[in-house]
Design a protein around this ligand. Structure first.
Ligand code: IVH
Length: 700
């Protein structure tokens, strides 16, 4: 899309504009350049995944453009980078007729099916060998885009294939879809482009986490999340979900008067290259051409085994006859083109019988129904138990004991019940009754009005106490190795461990008498308990299991006070002054520190040797790395990755997830791979060894 020369020029323009921004700021003469520069950096970020400027620099330029356009509204163009973000709510999604019906694909499941497809294709064309183009089958929600005179004029969902919903406002929020594209350079006046909208695995995980924090049930898979997001009637919310799009098919085009069909539109591979060069994220890098079906079969198998390493979900591959003249010759049925076929990967769905429902009590008292199923293999693991979240979820999915249910395990996602299959009912299925009392301590359950979750509010409920201890000792909390869920339960049942402070006063002589506990395991357990006394304060805060306080909030809280009990004097308003602490989180923290028993527990822990004082402030000053960003790659000579990260953080540094211009230090060990290569291309990243890192933080 951008040649090396253009890239250099745009980089130069970026620097000029950033400099201008330091002085009087760009003026109307810079408008075009500002937009070009922003589009260029969006392309680097969203299509190439290889940004060349820091996010803050992008933001500065974006704000400069916004300001200029606000001062000169007549100069705003519809494809300006500022014109993505829709405001307000969308009233409805009008029907959108597709220019060409959106057909489906025929399916294949093994190499015999593919050989069969190839045989038929050769028969239909009369050729002895056919060239195929193979690309991933993206597991998202299909869309159609129309560009007219180089401008995106409409985005629509598939609907019934003939008519979908017009969701242009939402489509405009997807940063990998250009608002304008120079089709005219190919002599094209109007084009209809097909593709797939998806949410990558990381963003899907994050989204499910936010749902869980609100006590809502997670979505079963990224496909549903993408499809649902396209239909949200609030474009601002849509923008937050970080949708992405792959565009893989030009379903229709008309020519500018006097122009001939462009060379690119002679083959599928040509059309993908054209889309890529126009700034779309087409599967240009993922696709591969094969002279015959044998290579196709190998490529499909290769992709299937690497499926879990991709950042997004695919459910198969699509094999397309490459030559458009041959495609035309082969034609289509009313359902699918004869020149293409989907090769479906092994299913990650299965059906099973819902045998029973158990109700489990978590550390915050939330009562979660768990479906017990006839064991069934889904995507390589055997599933016999699945959370069904809450009462509303059961009602919404109309789940009954005895039902056949459809289960899905998408990628790394915890298995979910997609739906029940009511047609398979015999009439003997039983409704699921949610208990009125805690299944463990029998106290009455409560539910807040706007919540979906029933809770046991008895803080001494044995189930809650055990779960709190399990959370306290867990890896991301106090990291007390050698405990394990089963041991916590065992010690609790035997009366050897009653509460969190009890961890530090356990009678090891009695534990030594238990079956399976040798001197070595006791020594190890004792050692990891005493090691936990030196954990940083944020880990203790996280370990307390305060509702809505995850690791990030725990770090914010740890930085805010000299001593943990200072929070006794914080009002909800005070708490809300802290970064990312909203009313709900503030309410929960306040509630925790207003409870006498919690304060008593913290005082006991302090007496037992757990420091509640904030020692982070000291290290930040001595390390003097506040605001510096780090990333570790490869095997370090002495430090484990997690230990190195903790050291950097203790010294005030921040750990980044990937290499970008935001990164200050890449610490490299043996076998460093693509991160190192990438960092070498960015001048500002300092590449250092473990030894240099230790010097930097003053440990050597
Ligand atoms: S080509 C006329 N290519 O799979 C041919 N489809 O199961 C149009 N899909 O409806 C389809 N990745 O939504 C094509 N690389 C790809 C695809 C793809 C995902 C979807 C598409 C289609 C469905 C059929």
């Amino acid at each position: 899309m951008y040649s090396a020369d253009e890239t250099r020029q745009l980089q130069q323009a970026t620097r000029t504009l950033l400099k201008k921004n330091q002085t009087g700021g760009p003026d109307t003469k810079d408008l075009e350049s500002l937009r070009d520069v922003l589009r260029f950096h969006e392309h680097r970020y969203y299509i190439l995944n290889d940004p060349l400027i820091a996010d803050v620099e992008y933001d500065q330029l974006y704000k400069a453009l916004e300001k200029l356009e606000l001062d000169h509204p007549k100069l705003v163009t519809p494809d300006s980078p500022t014109q993505r973000v829709g405001k307000g709510l969308t009233a409805s999604f009008p029907a959108a007729q597709h220019l060409v019906p959106m057909l489906s694909l025929d399916n294949s499941y093994n190499s015999d099916d593919l050989l069969d497809f190839d045989r038929k294709a050769r028969e239909l064309t009369g050729l002895s060998e056919i060239e195929y183009c193979v690309e991933p089958k993206f597991d998202g929600s299909s869309i159609s885009l129309i560009y007219e005179n180089d401008m995106l004029v409409r985005g629509a969902t598939r609907g019934d294939g003939v008519q979908g919903d017009e969701v242009t406002v939402n489509i405009r929020q997807i940063r990998s879809i250009p608002l304008s594209a120079r089709f005219s350079e190919y002599g094209i006046q109007q084009a209809e482009i097909r593709g797939e909208v998806l949410i990558n695995k990381k963003n899907f995980g994050k989204y499910n986490e936010t749902l869980a924090e609100q006590g809502l049930a997670p979505l079963a898979n990224p496909r549903n999340a993408a499809a649902g997001t396209l239909r949200i009637k609030d474009p601002v919310e849509v923008a937050k979900r970080n949708l992405e799009a792959f565009l893989y098919h030009v379903s229709y085009f008309s020519l500018v008067k006097g122009k001939k069909t462009p060379e690119a539109m002679q083959s599928h591979a040509g059309s993908l290259k054209m889309l890529w060069d126009l700034g779309f994220r087409s599967p240009e890098k993922e696709k591969k051409l094969f002279k015959n079906i044998q290579g196709v079969i190998r490529y499909c198998a290769e992709f299937e085994s690497g499926r879990d390493d991709l950042p997004y979900e695919i459910d198969g591959m699509v094999i397309k006859v490459n030559d458009f003249a041959l495609q035309d010759k082969m034609g289509m049925t009313s359902h699918h083109p004869r020149w293409a076929i989907a090769y479906k990967f092994k299913a990650r769905q299965a059906t099973s019988k819902l045998l029973n429902v158990e109700f489990q009590v978590g550390r915050t008292g939330a009562v979660t129904p768990v479906a017990k199923l006839e064991p069934v293999a889904v995507g390589g693991v055997t599933v016999s138990s699945i959370s069904i979240h809450n009462e509303d979820y059961i009602k919404e999915k109309d789940l009954r004991i005895g039902d056949q249910v459809l289960i899905e395990r998408a990628g790394d996602v915890i298995p979910q019940i997609v739906k029940s299959l009511p047609d398979a009912r015999s009439g003997k299925e039983k409704k699921i009754h949610f208990p009125k009392n805690c299944p463990v301590c029998e106290s009455i359950l409560f539910k807040e009005e706007e919540e979906a979750v029933w809770r046991c509010v008895n803080l001494d409920c044995p189930a809650q106490v055990v779960e709190r201890i399990i959370h306290f000792v867990s890896k991301d909390a106090m990291d007390i190795r050698g405990f394990g869920d089963a041991n916590v339960r065992k010690f609790y049942e035997l009366g050897l461990l009653k509460d969190v402070p009890g961890i530090y006063t356990m009678d090891f002589a009695s534990i030594g008498k238990l079956e399976g506990f040798g001197q070595k395991s006791i020594d190890n357990l004792q050692k990891s308990i005493s090691n936990s006394l030196t954990q940083p304060l944020y880990r203790l805060i996280y370990a307390l299991g305060i509702r809505f306080v995850g690791e990030t909030t725990a770090k914010t809280l740890a930085r805010a006070v000299q001593h943990l009990l200072d929070f006794k004097n914080y009002s909800q308003e005070d708490l809300q002054q802290l970064e990312d602490v909203g009313p709900k989180v503030a309410g929960s923290i306040h509630h925790f520190f207003s409870n006498r028993e919690n304060i008593h527990m913290l005082e006991t822990l302090e007496k037992l040797g757990l420091p509640l004082k904030n020692d982070q402030k000291k290290t930040v000053n001595s390390g003097n790395l506040t605001g510096q960003t780090f990333l570790f790659t490869g095997t370090l000579p002495t430090l484990k990755r997690s230990a190195a990260e903790a050291l950097a953080e203790e010294a005030g540094g921040q750990i980044l997830g990937g290499v970008s211009a935001k990164l200050n230090y890449l610490v490299v060990g043996e076998d460093a791979g693509s991160k190192l290569e990438k960092a070498r291309k960015i001048n500002t990243v300092k590449i250092i060894s473990e030894e240099e890192f230790l010097k930097l933080i003053g440990k050597k």
